[in-house]
Design a binder for this molecule. Structure first.
Ligand code: SF4
Ligand code: SF4
Length: 242
């Protein structure tokens, strides 16, 4: 069985939110939309997003890293959100493994959101239906689009190519090769949901800095004119793999 999924490279994601805004734009203008924005410019903005990027600082100062972590529905192979749905609105497609919500059947009871261990389902407050990533099911099969554009909107928008899309059950697909070659992992495997989406871990990088670089006036890492120590920069990163 085909299982479509995203593979996200945490090593190159820069947290620019292009995937978030392109997702919102596509899904608001397509069959999923309009996605609610109840107070987008207020002090406490609320709205519906299928894809969010969470940013964390990991490590202990001064050896810290900023990690950007995009998260949307992982299209689990054993999705707990499906059997809890009392109306059959939440379902997994046999032909490509995409987990979807039928808005016409959804009664907004939120059982599925409670069952999902990843917090990726969002109730559209305005329409009172549950929403989530569809892997852009309304564009990936569209024959009116050029073949290279038949990908989720977030994949096309990512400026660093941090997002790959394909069939994780096909060993020759681009996603399967990336998972194999770069130790792709699943999120919270202890939940036994078998997420189809994977993450590629951050990798150690050595910055080829010469000591003279540290005192150059235009070095953005200079702090208040003080010279940062080499330990702050060189070989300071750790793998971020879970
Ligand atoms: Fe369901 Fe959550 Fe898995 Fe998506 S990530 S298939 S909403 S359990
Ligand atoms: Fe099903 Fe909708 Fe209730 Fe979720 S909120 S369990 S999709 S009826």
């Amino acid at each position: 069985m085909t299982q479509l999924a995203l593979v996200i490279d945490l090593n190159v994601c820069v947290g620019c939110h292009a995937c978030v805004t392109s997702c919102k734009e596509w899904n608001t203008s397509g069959s999923a939309g309009p996605l609610a924005d109840l107070n987008p410019y207020g002090a406490d903005p609320t709205g519906t997003f299928f894809n969010r990027v969470q940013t964390f600082e990991v490590g202990t100062y001064p050896d810290t890293q900023t990690v950007h972590f995009p998260k949307s529905c992982l299209h689990c192979e054993d999705p707990p959100c499906v059997p809890v749905c009392p109306t059959g609105a939440s379902y997994k497609r046999a032909e490509d493994g995409i987990v979807l919500v039928d808005y016409d059947k959804c009664i907004g009871c939120k059982y599925c959101a409670w069952a999902c261990p990843y917090g990726v389902r969002e109730l559209d407050e305005k329409r009172q239906v549950m929403t989530k990533c569809t892997l852009c099911v309304d564009r990936i099969y569209d024959p009116a689009l050029a073949e290279r554009d038949r990908k989720p909107s977030c994949v096309l928008a990512c400026p660093t190519n941090a997002r790959l899309f394909g069939d994780v059950h096909d060993p020759e697909s681009i996603v399967s090769k990336a998972i194999r070659e770069r130790a792709g992992y699943t999120l919270m495997p202890e939940q036994a949901t078998r997420p189809a989406n994977r993450y590629l871990p951050r990798r150690k990088t050595e910055l080829p800095l010469h000591p003279d670089d540290l005192v150059r006036a235009e070095n953005p890492l200079r702090i208040d004119g003080a010279e940062p120590g080499p330990a702050f920069l060189v070989g300071a990163s750790e793998d971020f793999a879970t």
